[in-house]
Design a protein around this ligand. Structure first.
Ligand SMILES: CC(C)(COP(=O)(O)OP(=O)(O)OC[C@H]1O[C@@H](n2cnc3c(N)ncnc32)[C@H](O)[C@@H]1OP(=O)(O)O)[C@@H](O)C(=O)NCCC(=O)NCCS
Length: 265
């Protein structure tokens, strides 16, 4: 198995940043011990949806910051400046162009969150029962805290057809011949319950399930936008096995994706 050093890849692909945790800790600190992980139930639909909405919207600002650091943007700015000076355009005009550009990028980040929520990506959430409870190898859990759905996670068996699977193009690749691989997905914790160990408990529960279902390894994908998630998975013993570009706008914008794996046996 390809085993890359996580730190080496982090250095190449992004920087690890620890942000300040939520201020809600004091309010709900006493509930830390009361996080309860249980299988999804039909009445959880709204709670699950609100966790995923919260998680998606909380990624808007990190997405905006990641796009701001992209080289194509600096190229656009240089062109704008050069044209501005060559045609002796006013500084005010250039500032307005720059602000317009920032608004456009922010709008793109918001649009990304909306497309994620209301596009095809979350189609499994519309029918969790069929997506996760018709085969014993799949599962969906919720974390309940103070009577509210605080987090979600799911496991499906990884098949070549799933988006992002490394063996999508080459079914004879090493990955496809390696037997039973679980795919960890839908990891999300509502903002007000973050930093309390909810995600750690969700990962632990899903790993125990994967072991009980005789999965050989657990795979997942995250991106450079998800700093906390990358830290979570490294922290829990997942190995970073690949860092791949995901291209948008005909390659103008590239977001790095990180593939993690944990070998179970
Ligand atoms: C990633 C996420 C699930 C973490 O949930 P959480 O319940 O706050 O995480 P936990 O409290 O269990 O923390 C577990 C580990 O995650 C990492 N982590 C959590 N919050 C972090 C933050 N703000 N910055 C950096 N690392 C963080 C740490 O490694 C932490 O371990 P530590 O407490 O020993 O330092 C949550 O931030 C989230 O839902 N984010 C938006 C959705 C998302 O990114 N999903 C993952 C898609 S792949």
């Amino acid at each position: 198995m390809l085993q890359l050093q996580p730190d080496a890849l982090y250095n190449n692909c992004s920087q690890r940043t620890h942000q300040l945790r939520s201020n809600n800790h004091q309010i709900i600190a006493d509930s830390k011990e009361n996080v309860h992980i249980r299988p999804w139930q039909a009445e959880d639909y709204d709670g699950v949806w609100s966790v995923l909405k919260d998680a998606s919207y909380s990624n808007i600002n990190p997405t905006f910051i990641v796009i701001l650091q992209k080289p194509f943007l600096w190229a656009v700015n240089m062109i704008l400046l050069s044209v501005g000076f060559a045609r002796e355009l006013s500084v005010i005009f250039l500032v307005v162009c720059f602000l317009g550009e920032l608004c456009l990028i922010y709008a793109m980040s918001v649009l990304g969150a909306i497309i994620y929520l209301y596009g095809q990506t979350l189609s499994d959430i519309k029918d969790i029962k069929t997506s996760y409870f018709t085969t014993p190898d799949h599962h969906f859990w919720v974390a309940v805290c103070q009577g509210e759905i605080a987090g979600t996670v799911a496991v499906v068996r990884k098949v070549p057809q799933l988006h992002g699977a490394p063996c999508k193009k080459d079914p004879t690749s090493e990955d496809c011949s390696r037997g039973k691989i679980a795919w960890l997905r839908r990891m999300a914790v509502s903002k007000r319950f973050r930093g309390l160990g909810v995600a750690k408990q969700l990962v632990k529960t899903s790993l125990e399930f994967c072991q009980s279902r005789n999965y050989e390894s657990v795979f997942l994908i995250t991106t450079e936008v998800h700093h906390a998630a990358r830290s979570l998975y490294s922290n829990m013993g997942f190995q970073l096995i690949a860092c791949k570009p995901y291209r948008y706008l005909k390659g103008l914008l590239t977001i790095k994706t990180f593939e993690f794996e944990m070998v179970l046996r």
